[in-house]
Design a protein around this ligand. Structure first.
Ligand SMILES: NC(=O)c1ccc[n+]([C@@H]2O[C@H](COP(=O)([O-])OP(=O)(O)OC[C@H]3O[C@@H](n4cnc5c(N)ncnc54)[C@H](O)[C@@H]3O)[C@@H](O)[C@H]2O)c1
Length: 258
């Protein structure tokens, strides 16, 4: 949780378009110093120009989140430039479609590298900088409804986003266990109108509004719209109900830890 967001330092991945740009834009407008990064340097330059013109304190640098060494170097640059780091928005993502058994291992790898390993790389490089800064901090991991609602032909994306949900929960527990004043939000947008999803119904700025609120109020699970609410409920209820079907349950766990 970061109660007073003005003047803090944030890094945003995949900030050249869509959801990442909307978050960077809204943060910068509120006085956050934002280090914007993206794989696409041309798109990044075009995205950052109006913010600079507005007088915002933003810096941009290309970054491929699949490259752990590059993420580590970038984290160092953020601290060198702004003197610390408070907020990491791990947003960069790609999607592909196909039947799980027909997609090639390269197809699986591409999406897992960006959407899951990208977030792991960011956590490994950004969280130590947030901790070293010694102030309130927050990590925002952009997952998807695919983290809780598996859909056909979205195997790699769904696996990656489930991973981001699990990683976010573990990260929150790890930070709590060490007493660090750093919160974690995992964001599960539905159908957002961006380059990845041009037919999306929700404006990326609606995601940004929820992300800002999640940082300030430490919301762990962040939904941005009412996409597939019934399907998510049915899935979670089915998982819970399956516990009643255990054939030989044995003794109940004396200290359930879930
Ligand atoms: N649009 C939706 O409906 C929707 C729904 C749920 C979740 N999301 C998630 O939101 C995030 C942002 O997606 P978006 O909809 O804004 O898409 P987008 O395509 O508009 O933006 C994604 C950005 O990530 C960048 N990127 C791609 N690969 C990268 C890499 N290896 N390293 C760094 N940057 C890279 C792209 O250049 C692009 O600027 C993604 O994680 C996506 O999975 C989107």
């Amino acid at each position: 949780m970061v109660q007073r967001i003005e003047g803090r330092v944030a890094v945003v991945t995949g900030a050249a378009s869509g959801i990442g740009l909307a978050i960077a834009d809204r943060m910068a407008a509120k006085g956050v110093r934002v280090f914007m990064t993206d794989l696409d340097p041309g798109a990044l330059d075009a995205a950052v120009a109006p913010l600079v013109q507005r007088g915002d304190q933003v810096v941009a640098a290309p970054l491929d989140v699949r490259d752990a060494a590059a993420v580590e170097a970038l984290a160092g640059r953020v601290v060198d430039r702004f003197g610390g780091l408070n907020i990491a928005v791990d947003n960069a993502g790609v999607v592909n479609r196909g039947l799980a058994w027909e997609l090639s291992s390269e197809d699986w790898d591409r999406v897992l590298q960006v959407n899951l390993w990208g977030v792991i790389n960011c956590v490994r490089s950004f969280v130590p900088r947030i901790l070293a800064t010694g102030e309130e901090g927050h990590v925002v991991n952009i997952a998807s409804m695919a983290a809780v609602h598996p859909q056909e032909r979205l195997g790699p994306y769904t696996v990656a986003k489930h991973g981001v949900l699990g990683l976010s929960d573990v990260l929150r527990a790890d930070l709590l266990a060490t007493g660090a004043p750093v919160g974690v939000s995992v964001v599960m947008p539905g159908s957002i109108r961006t380059g990845m999803n041009p037919v999306g119904r929700v404006d990326p700025d609606d995601v940004a509004v929820n992300v800002m609120d999640a940082i300030e109020r430490d919301r762990a699970y962040v939904f941005t719209d009412h996409h597939s609410t019934g399907a998510v409920r049915r899935r979670l209820e089915a998982i819970l109900a399956a516990r009643d079907d255990v054939i030989s349950p044995g003794q109940p766990d004396p200290e359930p830890h879930v």
